[in-house]
Design a protein around this ligand. Structure first.
Ligand code: CA
Length: 66
């Protein structure tokens, strides 16, 4: 579970995919209830999770960012 800490992996299943992006989108609207997920969602590494991180994850999933 939470031993699989990977940047962008918000549901701790070991992979970063569209389910994590959906989770981030929901959390940005309704708020975060998991501080570890919040940390893993900071894709841009600026200490905040906002729409910039969602865009980053989207681009990463599309292969535009390595
Ligand atoms: Ca995941």
């Amino acid at each position: 579970m939470k031993d699989k800490l990977i940047l962008g992996n918000l549901n701790f299943d070991g992979v970063v995919n569209v389910f994590d992006m959906t989770m981030m989108r929901k959390a940005l609207i309704y708020g975060w209830n998991d501080t570890i997920a919040y940390r893993m969602a900071d894709m841009t590494g600026d200490g905040y999770v906002n729409v910039a991180d969602l865009v980053y994850m989207h681009r990463w999933l599309l292969g535009a960012i390595k």
